[in-house]
Write a protein of this length. Structure first.
Length: 101
């Protein structure tokens, strides 16, 4: 059984598809049929644009982000790591305090 190749679409293509779907006489399914893309993609792209705004569709990873945005992503990663380490240490302290009683 062969797998279908996964298509990638540029940010400009996605934004144009979203703009088309917002026209009064169009809806996402009509736009998907006219563009020849799988159903559900335009709705997904609209949700991403609504949730992330200008940060939606960054391209390949964080390369397309500005320096400030890259810094924010890095700091958020460090914060997640620190939170995880803190939780691990809490659990270890709890385990060792039980063992010493």
């Amino acid at each position: 059984m062969s797998r279908k190749k996964r298509c990638t679409y540029s940010a400009e293509f996605k934004r144009n598809a979203i703009a088309l779907s917002k026209e009064p006489d169009k809806n996402p399914s009509i736009v998907e049929q006219s563009l020849g893309i799988p159903s559900g993609l335009v709705s997904k792209w609209r949700r991403q644009e609504y949730n992330k705004g200008t940060l939606a569709f960054p391209g390949k990873g964080i390369a397309a982000l500005t320096d400030d945005q890259k810094r924010i992503v890095e700091l958020e990663k460090q914060l997640r790591d620190a939170d995880m380490e803190r939780e691990i240490l809490k659990k270890a302290l709890h385990i060792f305090s039980k063992a010493s009683k």
